[in-house]
Unconditional design. Structure first.
Lengths: 307, 149
């Protein structure tokens, strides 16, 4: 019976495959570790623990250790690459943190009980603390060459000063303030949330590009244009009495945390008038599938302009 | 542009008094759907943040990663689960269709009670992720999944 159902479900594919076969493309070990790190503890948060507690405490959060870094290095990163890895991982962790904050915001229920609110709050706080702890551990991890002090102008990366400035801003207490604002907020503007999400993907993509192979140059117009458009949009919403400070703070941190004079997000120029993306003599199609993201941003911003 | 209060939207859709069809009898509770959507959103988005644009992410786990017992494949609108694939009995093929809010077990829609093993299966995959005892594959296609026996 089961076989019959399976065969019905499987359609008429003539080629037999099983799950050990090479379905899709395998993900390299170092990237798999990153995904696992991003997803740690979500089961406890979403389904609760087997012992009945629903919140996550720091004791359950696996910390990055020297052996973790060793594994990463074993996966093929060179020493210089490992420095970039630290920086890159930190960016990803913060992005994950902000995604989690936004996710909580979207799922917000004004009728939540106090314990549910505290559980959500604890979840976010624990992620934040975990990121910070990881960072501190890496910072002190001298034997593996990942010391904070040693982060000085990695290839294609930030200067030490820029990195310090960037890090300080990211882990600043303002993030905690944002979180407080979030908890007080129950109305979410769906279009704005979508726009931020698209913008976020855009930022992440270009961070990837920059960390891999782009040459740093200073072109800040994309950021300025995007920032101004969003700012206008937010003001319009605020004039309608809809939003508190959270959305603006979030957008602001999304953009300002990427140093405008470093190597991230400054090699591209988003031109709203010509609907084009100019990238320091590099054509837009260099970005392949991600051109869709650019188009999404332009369309979204154009909609905002007409309002 | 008017603000949208997502909470009110959810509430209003829940208060409508409509007849329950036989299909709706298999409907899953909002709480379960929300939990599952939450998990799969996080898995897909987190993978996307690491891997860039992907169409799906496959998570394989079990006693041996060379011959995994289980696989969860997450698409943005659809999730497939292959449970106990090395077993001669008790091999289950799950499918969660997000838009329809239905869970299929071996091609047949199940109610919330019968969907609990799927929830446990998802939880087990999260445990495996936490222990880093998983292998990932990206961009698995629906066509490839049709060929899995």
């Amino acid at each position: 019976m089961l076989e019959r159902l399976n065969s019905l479900f499987s359609g008429i594919s003539a080629k037999k495959a099983d799950i050990s076969a090479s379905l899709g493309s395998p993900v390299p070990a170092n990237l798999a570790i990153r995904i696992c790190n991003q997803l740690r503890n979500i089961k406890d948060y979403i389904f609760g623990r087997r012992n009945g507690r629903t919140s996550v405490d720091n004791t359950t959060l696996p910390q990055s250790t020297p052996s973790d870094e060793k594994r990463t290095n074993d996966a093929g990163l060179e020493k210089g690459g490992a420095r970039q890895e630290l920086h890159y991982q930190f960016l990803l962790n913060l992005t994950c943190f902000k995604s989690a904050v936004f996710h909580v915001a979207n799922k917000w229920d004004p009728d939540s009980s106090k314990s549910q609110v505290n559980s959500k709050k604890k979840f976010i706080e624990d992620i934040f603390n975990s990121i910070w702890n990881d960072y501190e551990i890496n910072q002190l991890n001298e034997p593996h060459g990942l010391s904070f002090k040693s982060v000085s102008k990695p290839t294609g990366g930030l200067t030490r000063e820029q990195f310090i400035e960037f890090s300080t801003r990211c882990v600043d207490a303002k993030i905690q303030d944002e979180f407080s604002n979030l908890l007080a907020k129950v109305t979410i503007d769906a279009e704005l949330t979508q726009m931020i999400s698209t913008l976020h993907a855009f930022l992440i993509h270009h961070t990837n590009e920059n960390l891999s192979n782009l040459t740093p140059k200073t072109l800040e117009e994309n950021l300025t244009t995007t920032l101004n458009a969003i700012k206008t949009h937010v003001k319009t919403i605020q004039a309608n009495g809809g939003l508190g400070d959270f959305q603006w703070n979030h957008i602001n941190s999304c953009i300002t945390q990427y140093p405008s004079n470093g190597n991230t997000l400054n090699t591209l120029k988003l031109n709203l008038n010509s609907r084009s993306l100019q990238g320091n003599s590099r054509p837009v199609d260099r970005f392949g599938d991600n051109g869709r993201l650019v188009d999404d941003i332009i369309k979204t911003l154009e909609q905002l302009k007409s309002k | 542009m008017a603000n949208i209060d997502m909470n009110k939207k959810i509430q209003s859709s829940m208060t409508g008094g409509e007849e329950v069809s036989s299909e709706a009898a298999m409907a899953l509770s909002e709480a379960l759907v929300s939990q599952l959507d939450h998990v799969f959103d996080l898995i897909f988005e987190s993978s996307k943040q690491v891997l860039g644009n992907i169409s799906s992410i496959g998570i394989k786990y079990g006693k041996s990663l060379k011959s995994p017992d289980h696989m969860l494949v997450v698409f943005p609108e659809d999730v497939h689960g292959f449970e106990g694939w090395n077993n001669t009995r008790g091999k289950n093929r799950w499918r969660y269709q997000r838009r329809q809010k239905t869970i299929l077990k071996n091609g047949v829609a199940v109610n919330e009670t019968d969907a609990q093993p799927f929830v446990a299966f998802v939880q087990a995959s999260l445990d495996a992720i936490q222990q880093q005892q998983v292998a990932f594959s990206k961009n698995i296609t629906h066509k490839e999944l049709q060929g899995v026996r």
